[in-house]
Each structure stands twice: as structure tokens, then as C-alpha cells.
Design a protein around this ligand. Structure first.
Ligand code: HEM
Length: 534
């Protein structure tokens, strides 16, 4: 046999390779055409699946293409992984409504995924964690903190402080000069604003992304140490690049990422772990700060402090993790924090879309401002309380209507934990289901004139009755940041419209969307911001 190999010339090698490849391709298509439960969808290629036809960004292609071409249920392949795409209301409800773990057939986010596993997220954190015991501890801790009134009340103060900083920078670049025509690029400012906010919310330390951006775009340099600006600027930039490449890591098979795209793959994974290193340093620093304080010191209720002290002698019993009695490890805390910062990026996108829709709908904007003035009076810098935000019914309707017509998460996913039935088909455990929020939120069967931006549809309606409205998922894995997001968006709008008016640089400016790591972003929207005349 060895002799036979040694005697083979180039032609022989080409023929043998062709035979092997041909046999592989034949077997691949035999398996494909005889698969169980065939669903409509584009025909895949070996190894890459449908990546060549559809690209790597599932949000874009699913919401816009698969649904209109193949209907309520279809399939596509990312590498060898089969994904099922669902956009019928009954089926999406089946996936997101169960509220108990015991009777839930869609408990997991992913089945095994080599990209997620390379990032160390498969068995830690919350979003992708497949270890349900570990997930339930982390999840319970997050829910009890992120949704507690004490935490949310404190966060209002932090949002106000960040608004004040933002407005100070805007004033410095000249927006308060009467009739000033300084162009404000909404998406860029909202990105640095919400990144600072989420980092400070989680890490209990000032972040300087706004200041870094201010220094980048103006000649008036702020008197803040260069290393602090660089640290915040780099962290945000690296996170953004890592997030932008998230779909590449998740959807492109390892055999391609580690060969053809090795350089790019290593760079992204390196960036991701670089971000984690920065967070890890902060976790250790905070641990030391806490340990150096007398035991009886009342500690603040920020997330990092709570995560570090849970199940330690400093635990102030704010969080109860049932039977679990171990403190969370630094590495576990780091993974959770990375996910939360990524979650904060949807808030960025929401802020930009809200301002853009308000600019393009001046009557809605006027009504919103009127409501803010009714609740807070005409006041450049009103004091905001948790209770007062509850009175902003129209504002809430504006937030929901923007999320309906322009969801920042257009599609999201769960994986079956058991054998399940959907749309008349039976699926095995570990099948990945992508659900189409964009289609449901804009479907003519469920909404009157879905293409019209009309917050009134949310005004006198119980959210539970608007079954086709999906923003934060639902059931047992419902987004734990949803209350925080609503508080952040409302507080920002109250502070903003108490001090300024906003106008698009051109009438009816188109709202350009981009897709970054599964989040739909506003790519560009330029406005003039004018001081409010009192
Ligand atoms: C507008 C902003 C946001 C949107 C649209 C959004 C949307 C979502 C959606 C659709 C899910 C999946 C839920 C499910 O499977 O049922 C989710 C999960 C999650 N979100 Fe959010 N989110 C936002 C902001 C945030 C923020 C600010 C945080 C944290 C500070 C956060 C933390 C999380 C976490 C940890 C999960 C995973 C939950 C789990 O798997 O158990 N999100 N989010």
C-alpha cells in the first residue's frame, strides 16, 4: 500500500482527490435530499452551507429575505448546522411563552457551537450558557438586581449625571449658541453615551467614552488624563469590533475560520479576551476596595459590588440564590459583565431610532414634549423620580412604537431541549430556531397600517393583548434588562426635551440601518440641537 502511494504521480493524485471530493459531495447531497422533515429554503453547499448565498448576518437576511421568499417556516445552513426560521405568531408564542423551566422545551439558547465555546461562553454567563444550573444562579442574581426598585432608583441618578455630562459637551461644541447650526451625529453620540452609562452602571467606575469622542471631533481638548480617555475609547472600540464580528465567530465553521480567515479570527478572539482582561482588572480592583473597607460599611447596590459580595461575609442579603452558597468566581463575573455590556448596545440603537423617528414626526415630538412639561413643569433640569417616570404614558407609547416599527433585535433564537412540534413538523432536541420579531411587529394581519408610525396604538392597550409585539423575547429567558432600558430611555428623553429641541438637518431624512452582531443599528442621522427657549 505504501509503495502504491509512493508510485503515484501528480495526475494520479488529482484523480484520487477528485474521487474523494466527488464521493463527499454526493454523500452530502444524498443526506440533504433524504433529510427528515425537509423545509423550504435555499440549497446549501458542502462545508459552508448557505453562507455564500445569505451572508453571515442572520438578522438582515432572515427578516428581509427568507420570510418573504419561503413563508412562515424555512431552513438554512450555517456550515453544517441546520437553522429553522419561524415567523408564525402561534409558533413564536410557543417558543417564548413558557414561564417555568420544568415545562419548557426551549430552555437553551444554542446547542453546542464551536465559536461560542472558543469564547468561553458555553458554560458561563447568562446569554449562551448551556449549563442550566450555572445559568439559573447567574440569571437569578441578575434578575434580582437589575429589576429591583433600589437599583433602578439609583440608576436614574446615574443617567441624569451622564445626561449632564453629555449636554455639557454639546454646549462646548456650540449647540447652545442661538440659531447654531452645529451638526450632531446622533448614532455616534448615542453610542458613547449609552456605553458610558452601561459601563458605569455595571462597574461602579467613571467611563470616558463621551469625553474621548469629544476630544476626537473637536479642537477644544478636555482636561482629562490621556490614559483615562484612551482606556475608555479603546474599550468601546474593541467591544464594537468584537460585536461586529460576533456573527462571523458564531456562524462560520471553525475549519474555515482557523484556516482561510485565521488572521481575522485570531484578531477578533484576541480583542474579545482583551476586553475581558480590562474587566477582570476592574473586578479585582473592586474586590480589593471592598476588602479594605470595615465589614460594617454599607456598600452601594451596583451590580459589580453585588456580584462580588454574593455569598461572602459582606453579602447584604440583597440577592438570594437558593441552595447555592459559593461566591461567584472572577471569571464568571467577567463573562456576565461582557454580556451585559453587549446588551447595552441595543439601548444605543434604540436611542438613535427614537430621536430619528421623533425628528421625522414633529407632531408626535410636540405631544411628547407637552407630556413632559405636564409632569415636570417647564424646567431646564427637572428632578426625576421613579414614580414620576410612571406617569409618562405617551412617552412609553413612543418607545414601544419605535421598537415595533424598527426593532433593534429583529430576530432572536432559542434551541429545543426536547422533541418539539412546530408548524405541523416534529423536530429533534438541539434544533436551533430563529424567530422573526421584525415580521410579527410589522405584519398586516396584526396591525392596522403597520407602516405608519403611530404611538397611539400602544396608548390604551394592555401590552399583553398586543401578542404580535416582540421586543425583549419572553418567558423564562425574558430579557432581564428590560426595566432598566425603559428607565434609561425615559430619563434621557425627559432630560433632553427639558433642555433642547431637535430638528433633522434635512426634512424627512431617511433612517439608514446597519447590522452589527445581530443588533440593528441606526447608521446615520444628522440633527441640529437647539436650546429650548423658556
Ligand atoms: C433595547 C434594549 C434591549 C433589547 C431590545 C433586548 C432584547 C433582548 C432579547 C430579545 C433577549 C432574548 C430573550 C429571550 O430569549 O426570551 C434578551 C436577553 C438578554 N438580555 Fe436584553 N435587550 C436589551 C437590553 C438589555 C440590557 C440593557 C441588558 C443588561 C444590562 C440586557 C441583558 C440581557 C441578558 C443577560 C439576556 C439573556 C437572558 C437569558 O438568556 O436568560 N439586555 N434581550
Amino acid at each position: 500500500m505504501v509503495q502504491l502511494y509512493l508510485n503515484m504521480n501528480t495526475i494520479d493524485w488529482i484523480m484520487v482527490s477528485s474521487l474523494v471530493i466527488g464521493a463527499y459531495v454526493l454523500r452530502y447531497y444524498y443526506n440533504y435530499f433524504t433529510r427528515k422533515n425537509p423545509l423550504p429554503g435555499p440549497i446549501p453547499f458542502p462545508i459552508v452551507g448557505n453562507l455564500l448565498q445569505l451572508g453571515i448576518d442572520i438578522s438582515k437576511m432572515m427578516a428581509r429575505y427568507l420570510d418573504s421568499k419561503y413563508g412562515n417556516i424555512s431552513e438554512a445552513y450555517f456550515g453544517s448546522h441546520r437553522s429553522i426560521f419561524v415567523s408564525g405568531l402561534d409558533d413564536v408564542e410557543k417558543i417564548y411563552s413558557p414561564t417555568s423551566i420544568k415545562f419548557n422545551s426551549f430552555m437553551h439558547r444554542f446547542s453546542t457551537n464551536e465559536g461560542i465555546s472558543e469564547l468561553g461562553l458555553e458554560k458561563s454567563g447568562v446569554m449562551f450558557n448551556r449549563d442550566l444550573k450555572d445559568w439559573s444562579i447567574n440569571r437569578r442574581m441578575l434578575t434580582q438586581t437589575l429589576m429591583s426598585t433600589v437599583f433602578l432608583r439609583n440608576n436614574i441618578k446615574l443617567i441624569e449625571k451622564n445626561c449632564d455630562d453629555l449636554f455639557q459637551y454639546w454646549d462646548l461644541i456650540g449647540v447652545t449658541v442661538h440659531d447654531n447650526r452645529t451638526v450632531i451625529e446622533v448614532p455616534n453620540w448615542m453610542r458613547v453615551f449609552s456605553n458610558d452609562l452601561i459601563l458605569e452602571t455595571i462597574m461602579n467606575k467613571k467611563s470616558y467614552a463621551k469625553a474621548s469622542y469629544f476630544n476626537h471631533i473637536t479642537d477644544k481638548k478636555l482636561d482629562i488624563p490621556q490614559h483615562l480617555l484612551k482606556q475608555s475609547g479603546d474599550l468601546i472600540e474593541n467591544l464594537y469590533v468584537a460585536l461586529k464580528s460576533g456573527m462571523f465567530i458564531i456562524n462560520v465553521p471553525g475549519c474555515i475560520r482557523h484556516t482561510i480567515f485565521k488572521y481575522f479570527n485570531d484578531m477578533i478572539v484576541g480583542l474579545f479576551y482583551g476586553v475581558e482582561d480590562v474587566i477582570d482588572k476592574r473586578v479585582k480592583e473592586r474586590r480589593q476596595e471592598i476588602e479594605s473597607m470595615p465589614v460594617e460599611t454599607e456598600l452601594p447596590s451596583d451590580l459589580l459590588t453585588l456580584m462580588i459580595t454574593t455569598n461572602t461575609s459582606r453579602d447584604q442579603n440583597k440577592v438570594r440564590l437558593g441552595e447555592y452558597s459559593e461566591p461567584l468566581s472572577d471569571s464568571s463575573i467577567c463573562k456576565i459583565i461582557v454580556e451585559l455590556i453587549v446588551g447595552g448596545n441595543s439601548t444605543t440603537a434604540s436611542l438613535s431610532f427614537i430621536l430619528a423617528y421623533l425628528c421625522n414626526h414633529p407632531k408626535v415630538k410636540d405631544r411628547l414634549v407637552k407630556e413632559i412639561e405636564q409632569v415636570y413643569g417647564v424646567n431646564l433640569s427637572p428632578t426625576i423620580t421613579f414614580e414620576s417616570l410612571d406617569k409618562l404614558r405617551y412617552c412609553e407609547a413612543v418607545l414601544h412604537e419605535t421598537a415595533r416599527i424598527c426593532p433593534t433585535i429583529e430576530v432572536f433564537f432559542r434551541t429545543s431541549s426536547n422533541r418539539v412540534e412546530l408548524c405541523g413538523y416534529t423536530f429533534e432536541p438541539n434544533t436551533l430556531f430563529w424567530t422573526n420579531f421584525y415580521r410579527l411587529n410589522n405584519h398586516e394581519n396584526y396591525w392596522v397600517e403597520p407602516e405608519v408610525f403611530n404611538p397611539d396604538r400602544f396608548l390604551n392597550n394592555d401590552l399583553k393583548k398586543l401578542k404580535a409585539y416582540y421586543q425583549f423575547g419572553g418567558g423564562v429567558r425574558h430579557c432581564p434588562g428590560r426595566f432598566l432600558v425603559m428607565i434609561q430611555l425615559k430619563t434621557f428623553l425627559v432630560r433632553f426635551f427639558s433642555k433642547y429641541d431637535i430638528e433633522s438637518t434635512v426634512s424627512n431624512q431617511s433612517i439608514i440601518k446597519g447590522f452589527v452582531g445581530g443588533i440593528t443599528n441606526c447608521e446615520k442621522f444628522d440633527v441640529y440641537i437647539k436650546p429650548k427657549k423658556i
